[in-house]
Design a binder for this molecule. Structure first.
Ligand code: SAM
Length: 288
C-alpha cells in the first residue's frame, strides 16, 4: 500500500472518523520525491538511530524505518496511534511514543530509546510550534548529529541566515552557534494534504563539533540572545537591561558595551555571534 497516496490516507482517516487537525499543524506529506529527498539528505544507514517528531500517518516513518537501525517517533494526537500501529506493523524497529515533544526531556528520551550509534532528527514539523521545537533541540542538546526538517519557507530563511542578515532573528544566532545550516529543497504547497497556504523548505542543520565562539554559560548566552530580540525596535541596551532573567543593571551593561567598543545605541540584530558571546561572558564574570 502506498502511504503517500492522497486517497489512501484520506480513506484511512475517514474509516476511523479522523479529521486533519489544523491546530496541530497536520499537513501530511504526499509527494514521493520529497519524501525520498528527506531520507537521502538525512544520510541514514543501518547504524543510525532516528528521532521523528510528528509521524502523522507514518509516510515518512516507514521510509526512515526501512533505512535506520531504530526510529523513535513522538506523536501528540491520540487518534493517529491506531493508524500508525497499522501502517508500521511491518517494522520491528519503530517505537511510537505518545506525547507532546515540548514536555519530554530529550536527554532521557535519547538514553531510553537509543543504545548506541549516532542519532539524527528527521521531521516534517508542525508549523505552529517550529521555533520552540528547534530551540528546545539546540538548548537541551541531547547529542544529535543532524536535523533534517521541513519548515515554512520564511522560517527556513531565518534558520539558514547568517547573523546580521536581514532575515535573521534570535534563532539564527542559536542555530549558528550549534550547527551548520543549509537548504535542501523548496517544497510547493501541493506536496501536502491538506494543501497549506504557504511554501515550505527542507533544511539540514549539522551539529558542529565545537562551537565557533567560547561561552562560559550556554544557557545564559541563549537567554541573552532571546532578550535582545524581544523588542525589535528597542536598542540592545534597553531590551537587555529590562530583562528580569538576565538581571543586569543598565549602567553595568553600558560599561560592558563601552569596554567592548560597542555602541550603546546598537540593536540586537547588528551584533555578531562573537559580540554576543563577549557580552554574555562579561555579565557572568561581573556576577561571579
Ligand atoms: N510526518 C507526517 C508527514 O510528513 O506526513 C506528519 C507531519 S504533520 C506536518 C505534523 C505532525 O506533528 C502531526 O502528525 C501532528 O499531530 C504532530 N504534532 C503536532 N504537535 C506536536 C507536538 N507538540 N508533539 C508531537 N507531535 C506533534
Amino acid at each position: 500500500m502506498k502511504l503517500n497516496n492522497r486517497n489512501v490516507i484520506k480513506g484511512q482517516m475517514n474509516e476511523r472518523g479522523l479529521k486533519f487537525n489544523k491546530a496541530l499543524g497536520q499537513n501530511f506529506l504526499i509527494d514521493d520525491s520529497i519524501l525520498d529527498k528527506i531520507v537521502e539528505a538525512s544520510e541514514i544507514d543501518a547504524d543510525t538511530n532516528v528521532l521523528e517528531i510528528g509521524p502523522g500517518a507514518g509516510a515518512l516513518t516507514c521510509r526512515l524505518a526501512a533505512a535506520a537501525k531504530k526510529v523513535a517517533a513522538v506523536e501528540i494526537d491520540t487518534g493517529l496511534l491506531p493508524l500508525l500501529g497499522e501502517n508500521l506493523s511491518g517494522f520491528d524497529n519503530v517505537n511510537i511514543i505518545h506525547g507532546d515533544i515540548m514536555d519530554l526531556s530529550l536527554k532521557e528520551l535519547f538514553e531510553n530509546e537509543f543504545e548506541s550509534g549516532p542519532v539524527k532528527v528527521v521531521a516534517n514539523l508542525p508549523y505552529y510550534i517550529t521555533t520552540p521545537i528547534v530551540m528546545k533541540l539546540l538548548e537541551e542538546n541531547p547529542g544529535f548529529e543532524s536535523l533534517v526538517i521541513m519548515v515554512q519557507k520564511e522560517v527556513a530563511q531565518r534558520l539558514t541566515a547568517h547573523p546580521g542578515d536581514k532575515n535573521c532573528g534570535a534563532i539564527t544566532y542559536s542555530v549558528n552557534f550549534c550547527c551548520e545550516a543549509e537548504t535542501v529543497i523548496d517544497v510547493p504547497p501541493e506536496a501536502f494534504m491538506p494543501v497549506p497556504k504557504v511554501w515550505s523548505s527542507v533544511i539540514k542543520l549539522t551539529a558542529r563539533q565545537k562551537p565557533p565562539v567560547d561561552v562560559i554559560d550556554e544557557q545564559h548566552f541563549f537567554t541573552l540572545i532571546k532578550a535582545a530580540f524581544l523588542m525589535r525596535r528597542k536598542t540592545f541596551l534597553n531590551c537587555v537591561s529590562q530583562n528580569e532573567v538576565i538581571n543586569v543593571k543598565k549602567e553595568t551593561l553600558r560599561e560592558i558595551l563601552r569596554e567592548l567598543h560597542i555602541s550603546e545605541n546598537i540593536r540586537g540584530e547588528a551584533l555578531s555571534l562573537v559580540q554576543f558571546s563577549q557580552i554574555s561572558n562579561a555579565i557572568i564574570k561581573r556576577n561571579l
